[in-house]
Design a protein around this ligand. Sequence first.
Ligand code: HEC
Ligand code: HEC
Length: 230
Amino acid sequence: MKNNWLAFLLALAVSGALPILHAEEAAAGGNNTAGKDKASSCAGCHGEDGNSMMPTFPKLAQQNSSYLIKQLQAFKEGSRNDPVMSGMAMAVNDADMEDIAAYYSSQAISANPEPTLPVDDDAADGVAAENEAKEAIQTLLSTGSNLYRNGNLTSQVSACIACHGPSGEGNKPATFPALRSQHTDYLIKTLTDFKSGTRSKNTDNMMYMITKKMTDDEIKAVSYYISTMK
Ligand code: HEC
Ligand code: HEC
């Protein structure tokens, strides 16, 4: 635990993020019944209850409302880019954003099926190949769990737990997103986008600074692990 906090404070110092902890809670209210209606144009991609079926469309259910509003504003003003979402967010006014965020944050997120890795179909010994794939996923999940909890002291990757919480619940007042049960494919994509600067090339963005120090293998392992968190 000591190391986690050390990594946390280090991350804050490096990213200059301290003031964000004192930021006002973004989502004051919002009406979740009105939000359900207003979110009807979002359902095709994000699912009616915010549990999208497509692995590259993020689940929004049970996400912190403060974070949802912050992201919609970011798409709208262009500090986060996505060909689809930029246009969608443009059509949502501030009051509607609060209602939509209230609605999604009140929905329960669905659990993902147990993750697997592809089995080598050409292997001479089919059973051995299956066991290998099972072992490989266990190794990947434990690497991911270790990184989530402890970070990587050698390469100074901060422990994710410090900001995203022991169960991946995030931190609403600080607008840190919940991560638990998110789709693996979306997690890998968005972490890679942070790393390349596609999502935010801003040195004030903590995730840009953190992912720059992560290897692609670490991104994969931690994404698989997070998708299993409940
Ligand atoms: C055509 C599909 C599509 C529609 C319709 C759509 N979205 Fe999205 N949304 C996406 C995709 C894809 C992303 C991920 C973008 C990325 O990779 O950066 C996303 C991302 C988001 C995010 C960021 C989530 C996160 O975890 O960071 C929010 C919030 C969001 N959408 C809200 C909405 C709302 C509200 C609506 C309706 C007004 C909507 N979306 C309609 C496809 C869609
Ligand atoms: C110092 C706090 C902090 C630490 C440590 C941290 N994060 Fe984050 N994370 C954030 C913030 C703040 C955001 C929102 C960034 C934005 O608004 O663009 C975020 C966003 C994310 C997202 C995007 C979620 C979404 O729905 O799109 C993922 C995935 C993520 N973090 C994973 C991680 C992983 C994995 C680690 C550990 C290797 C980690 N974070 C460590 C603060 C942190």
